[in-house]
Write a protein that binds this ligand. Structure first.
Ligand code: ADP
Ligand code: MG
Length: 611
């Protein structure tokens, strides 16, 4: 038998390599922008069309290339940045593996225009799937422009694997920020479908952060500065009171390269111990400078993971640098670890009186019904009915916002099932809260145990569904607008949500990096707004990593998660009563929006057996 091993043709090898380096449009953005930085450009423009699926172009005013270099740059392992293995120990550039351009050209249509300083004319190269299509002399400005079209044209599976434009675009913004943040002296611009999205003039570090993430939050950040022989650390950390439930700005840069490091992240979070609740996330922009010889960036093709020689020391240095800053910048009183948890939090849920948001209920609407049906028989009164028969007196009305705790009783199928035809009565007069978790009452032949949080989630869920799908909810005007700052990505998400937010009663104007809220749903307090929006963003992000979602359902669920009374909250007798009545006015009182049972019963027989 003849030998079977063969060398792969270059274009196949390049395609395989591309699989590692170029995973999505954002990977191309990263590589091209990094090349522009390495070429010492002082101005870099990024142009995106259709989330990079139609066009990704990076234009720089850097050193440019000679025609021969331009041609060579597309070869695999062709790099001007290192010459020998020793050079790997002193990497001062973003790239060094010489595979980005070869990989991109293997899976896309690429057009490069480049001109070196001193040259009269530049060169234009067109390459498609590793094949050089043309090479011409071109009149072009100093620097390099690389336009990438039809990404993954020859790998349909990859193309299919791409997420929606919105998601791919978010990845692109992420990469743009990761390159722009550690290079504040470079002027970056980003255009999306011909509109300018970012214009970041040369600035200092702090200004660059402000240009990207909003300038109104100066008081949000505390500077960090620590100089040790092993590492120099500078940057900014979020003050504890600005920690959010949703992960916001968290950036590590090592020698001006964005990296991901769960280990170092842990060091930072650890420094906040006792200052923020475990589920809250502090923001940070931390720039580490380390001798390149003591790190290895060549452990991953995209170079976002790094191996440190002395990781443990780095951990403790970072942790103490952050602690130091937290202590120094007036966060000192909060360093009192004896304080009860939650005292330093802006939005403590502790001891909060349960407030049932009183959003208007259209009792005639059944979100789960396809065909219009005769409206259910409804009765409204302030006192709880003792007689089940009373429920059948039909007085259609509306639950008004001024009377959030008025009783709504609706004839529902589930109610019918639960109580059969016997028309038993719930003795709501004898409700009892147990363990700040359950509401207990009796029906004729059983004890009814209701999970307060799930019950409230069910009530709110159905209300929100109605408001989103049917009509706009009532809104209360704020005297002073609430202004919240978000990352660009979160602003994009909020824009997607804006229509729904309006439907449920928000009056919200979204600007570059802020959301200005001038109206909020009736029954919701101002303090709840930021956590509600954070929860929404958090859920939306989780959803992105998961599969598709039914939007209204998702939205209603997220809101009810934020607003429902929690286990551990004591409820006034009035609130308990309203909750029970509202629950049994629901179409599906037995199950929470998250598919958990809302109540259970213990029958007389069951009790008898025990005694
Ligand atoms: P690497 O960056 O790892 O060297 P690339 O494939 O990204 O590999 O680029 C190959 C080479 O092409 C670089 O080493 C550099 O010499 C040249 N090059 C790429 N992009 C540019 C650019 N924008 N300006 C000048 N030279 C560039
Ligand atoms: Mg490169």
């Amino acid at each position: 038998m003849s030998d079977v091993i063969k060398l792969l043709p270059d274009h196949v090898a390049n395609q395989i390599a591309a699989g590692e380096v170029i995973q999505r449009p954002a990977s191309v953005v990263k590589e091209l922008m990094e090349n522009a930085i390495d070429a010492k450009a002082s101005e870099i423009k990024l142009v995106i069309k259709d989330a990079g699926k139609t066009l990704i172009q990076v234009i720089d005013n850097g050193m440019g290339m000679s025609p021969t270099d331009a041609r060579l740059s597309f070869e695999r392992h062709a790099t001007s940045k290192i010459r020998s293995a020793e050079d790997l120990l002193q990497i001062g550039t973003k790239g060094f593996r010489g595979e980005a351009l070869a990989s991109i050209a293997a899976v896309a249509h690429v057009e490069m225009n480049t001109k070196r300083e001193g040259a009269d004319l530049g060169v234009q190269l067109k390459i498609e799937g590793s094949q050089v299509i043309s090479q011409d002399v071109a009149a072009c400005p100093l620097g390099t422009s690389v336009a990438v079209k039809h990404l993954f044209f020859n790998i349909p599976a990859r193309r299919k694997f791409l997420k929606s434009d919105k998601i791919e675009f978010r990845h692109i913004i992420d990469e743009f920020q990761r390159v722009a943040l550690p290079h504040p002296n470079v002027h970056f611009r980003m255009y999306n479908n011909s509109g300018e999205l970012f214009n970041l003039p040369p600035a200092n570090l702090k200004q660059r952060i402000a240009h990207l993430f909003g300038s109104k939050n100066d008081e949000k950040w505390a500077p960090v500065q620590e100089n040790t022989p092993l590492v120099k650390i500078i940057g900014f950390i979020g003050k504890p009171e600005y920690a959010r439930k949703v992960r916001g700005e968290q950036f590590f840069f090592v020698n001006n390269r964005f990296i991901k490091s769960p280990y170092l992240h842990h060091a930072v979070v650890n420094a906040y111990e006792g200052l923020i609740k475990p589920e809250m996330h502090p923001g940070y922009f931390l720039y580490l400078e380390i001798d390149p010889a003591s790190i290895d960036i060549n452990i991953h093709p995209t170079k976002t993971e790094i191996k440190f020689d002395d990781e443990q020391t780095l951990y403790s240095l970072l942790r103490s640098a952050v602690k130091h800053s937290l202590g120094q910048f007036n966060i000192a009183p909060a360093l009192d670890f004896e304080k009860p948890e939650g005292l330093d939090l802006p939005y403590s849920y502790k001891n909060r009186e349960a407030s049932l948001p009183a959003i208007e209920v259209d009792a005639h609407f059944n979100p789960f019904e396809e065909k219009p049906k005769a409206p259910p028989t409804v009765k409204f009164k302030n006192k709880v009915s003792k007689n089940w028969e009373d429920l059948y007196v039909g007085v259609p009305s509306k639950l008004s916002a001024e009377r959030p705790f008025s009783t709504v009783e609706v004839e529902s199928e589930e109610m019918g099932e639960l109580f059969d035809d016997k028309k038993e009565e719930i003795s709501t007069g004898m409700l009892h809260q147990f363990h700040k978790k359950y509401i207990i009452t009796t029906i004729k032949s059983a004890i009814l145990i209701i999970h307060q949080q799930r019950a409230h989630q069910r009530v709110l869920y159905e209300q929100f569904l109605q408001n989103i799908t049917i009509k706009q909810a009532l809104s209360q005007q704020l005297l002073f607008p609430i202004i919240l700052t978000y990352t660009t990505n979160h602003i994009h998400l909020l824009k997607e949500l804006q229509e729904w937010l309006t439907q449920v009663g928000f009056v919200i104007r979204i600007k570059k990096n802020t959301a200005e809220i001038t109206g909020i749903p009736v029954g919701v307090t101002e303090q709840e707004i930021s956590p509600i929006l954070d929860q929404l963003l958090l859920d939306l992000q989780d959803n992105i990593s998961g599969n598709g979602f039914s939007q209204t359902d998702f939205f209603a669920k997220s809101l009810c998660k934020s607003l429902a009374v929690k286990t551990g909250e004591s409820l006034s007798a009035e609130a308990q009563e309203a909750l029970v009545n509202n629950l049994f006015a629901c179409k599906e009182p037995g199950i929470s929006p998250f598919n958990e049972p809302v109540y259970t019963t213990i029958t007389v027989e069951e009790v008898d057996k025990k005694l």
